[in-house]
Design a protein around this ligand. Structure first.
Ligand SMILES: [Cu+2]
Length: 127
């Protein structure tokens, strides 16, 4: 997760035709979503803390990294407990202490849940 250590590359071609420094960065962003300890028993759904944050607003090309900080395995599966998986993405079992990443190439609203613990739900909105 060393993705915030990149230097600006505006020192490479010093005095040529560089863009102004105040142009907003447009590169893809990485978002971290944490699964806290204890989410394998119900309760986190009461204050929407099964995935933190449970809602991400991303841009096309962005990547979401789901970090399992729990001691149990979880899945990150597109869809909803009510309607089932949509198979846009499915992590399979994400073991304790590991990460599942997905890059969103199309805009849309992507609800997701944990197949093992269906009270665990979240949403990624890609614009
Ligand atoms: Cu789970």
């Amino acid at each position: 997760m060393a993705d915030d250590t990149m230097m600006a590359d505006d020192t490479m071609m010093a005095d040529d035709t560089m863009m102004a420094d105040d142009v907003a960065p447009t590169g893809p962003t990485s978002w971290d979503v944490i699964t806290p300890e204890g989410t394998s028993v119900p309760g986190c759904e009461l204050d929407d803390t099964c995935f933190m944050p449970s809602s991400i607003m991303a841009q096309v090309g962005d990547t979401v990294n789901w970090v399992n900080n729990d001691v149990a395995a979880h899945t990150v599966s597109s869809g909803s407990p009510r309607d089932g998986p949509t198979n846009v993405f499915d992590s399979g079992l994400v073991m304790a202490g590991t990460v599942f990443s997905h890059t969103f190439e199309e805009s849309g609203t992507y609800p997701y849940f944990c197949l093992v613990h269906p009270w665990m739900i979240g949403t990624v909105v890609v614009e």
